[in-house]
Design a protein around this ligand. Structure first.
Ligand SMILES: NC(=O)C1=CN([C@@H]2O[C@H](COP(=O)(O)OP(=O)(O)OC[C@H]3O[C@@H](n4cnc5c(N)ncnc54)[C@H](OP(=O)(O)O)[C@@H]3O)[C@@H](O)[C@H]2O)C=CC1
Ligand SMILES: CC(C)CCC[C@@H](C)[C@H]1CC[C@H]2C3=C(CC[C@]12C)[C@@]1(C)CCC(=O)C[C@@H]1CC3
Length: 345
């Protein structure tokens, strides 16, 4: 039988540590004196103090070797939310998370911090100042959301003070910042194709966009405050910028900052949603012969045309959370980090 290393409180693992959020988290952990094992299916960078373990999180043996001597695990791996591969979401977010839980218990890990999503309560209808006690979406809007709900339930239910295994879930919303492969690149791609001329709905919908460094701060606070006597055990926490913004103002600021025109013409929400649904069905039907990837998916249209902002007072009270970077500075830093996506760049 393999010998088990004694877990050290400054030794942690980041599953999904090569991704957008994961890499920012790893960089901050290193800056705070942790040594970090990254477990991911790919390696996207090198950093002193970080060891990489390449593998699929559905493979328990591969996970076990990465978790040796680790007392704290962050799980922030997921297939891209834009995918519609139901089997992959099921395999990675649900079965894979069960494997992560088993591996953590077998390796003697003491704390697990899951990156969940505020979208676990979103059904495509307005959410204003939503608290953590909102019920999970009964009709999740896509496979990503459906499996994030199951994943969060599994992780929170696994919290067991008697066995010394504590869990907590962080629910960020609309993460953005340098190196994000999703929000800014999708927006710029749509603008370059002339698809960002229209505002969906009347443009008055408020949403949360959260700077990646604030999301990282929330994760580290949660890890450090997670103790048997703390209220964090088995709970979920919204982490936002605490500055809801009009969706279309945010989009316009990013676009204009990068040299593109802001959207100007209004289209009725239900018309665009109906068209997006039709296009999605068409893409599904044509899939055997043609790969269509619509920009305006029903999920994106719902996010672009409804209110969805969340209350983060529970994180403020229980872990002393406060956003470190305000929204305006965050937008400026993000725009400056994408010189290659500028108009004409
Ligand atoms: N971005 C956002 O706005 C929000 C994100 N979240 C959550 O935050 C987390 C991080 O998201 P983000 O950083 O944006 O995503 P990324 O796709 O950038 O990072 C996820 C990482 O996990 C890897 N990965 C995927 N599947 C596996 C697997 N089977 N085994 C090991 N590694 C795997 C990915 O590899 P590869 O790229 O090759 O697939 C990638 O490196 C996710 O859990 C997401 O659900 C929550 C709310 C909002
Ligand atoms: C084409 C435009 C109408 C929209 C372009 C921007 C979108 C790509 C993003 C706007 C809101 C974002 C968002 C997510 C992904 C990127 C957006 C749709 C998530 C779905 C990512 C995963 C989550 O857990 C929730 C996020 C909500 C907001």
């Amino acid at each position: 039988m393999a010998t088990r290393l004694r877990p050290s409180s400054k030794r942690c693992a980041v599953i999904g540590g090569s991704g957008f959020l994961g890499r920012h988290l790893v960089e901050q952990l290193i800056a705070r004196g942790y040594s970090v094992s990254v477990f991911d299916i790919r390696q996207s960078y090198e950093l002193p103090g970080v060891t990489f373990h390449l593998g699929d999180l559905c493979d328990k043996q591969a996970l076990l070797s990465a978790l040796q001597g680790v007392s704290l695990v962050f799980h922030c791996a997921s297939p891209a939310p834009s995918s519609d591969d139901r089997a992959l979401f099921q395999k990675v977010n649900m079965d894979g998370t069960c494997t992560v839980l088993q591996a953590c218990r077998e390796a003697g890990v003491q704390k697990l911090v899951l990156t969940s999503s505020a979208s676990v309560v979103f059904e495509g209808r307005d959410i204003k100042d939503g608290k953590e006690d909102l019920p999970y979406a009964k009709k999740p809007i896509d496979y990503y959301t459906e499996t994030k709900i199951q994943q969060e339930k599994l992780v929170l239910a696994a919290c067991d003070k008697e066995k010394g295994f504590l869990t907590v879930a962080i629910r960020p919303h609309g993460i953005f910042g340098p190196r994000d492969p999703q929000l800014v690149p999708t927006l710029v791609d749509a603008a370059r194709k002339g698809k960002m001329k229209f505002i969906i709905g009347d443009g008055s919908n408020l949403v949360d966009f959260t700077f990646v460094e604030n999301v990282v701060h929330g994760h580290i606070l949660a890890a450090e405050r997670l103790r048997p006597e703390s209220p964090l055990c088995g709970q979920a926490y919204h982490i936002t910028n605490d500055e809801p913004v009009h969706f279309w103002d945010f989009m316009s600021q990013v676009l204009v900052g990068l040299g593109y025109d802001a959207p100007r013409y209004h289209l009725p929400y239900w018309l665009v949603y109906g068209l997006a649904l039709l296009l999605w069905l068409l893409a599904l039907l044509l899939r055997p012969i043609l790969q269509l990837q619509p920009t305006f998916t029903p999920m994106r249209v719902a996010l672009a045309g409804t209110h969805h902002y969340y209350n983060c007072s529970r994180a403020k009270e229980d872990m002393g959370y406060k956003p470190l970077v305000g929204l305006q500075e965050a937008i400026t830093r993000t725009v400056e980090s994408y010189p290659h996506l500028r108009q004409g760049g």
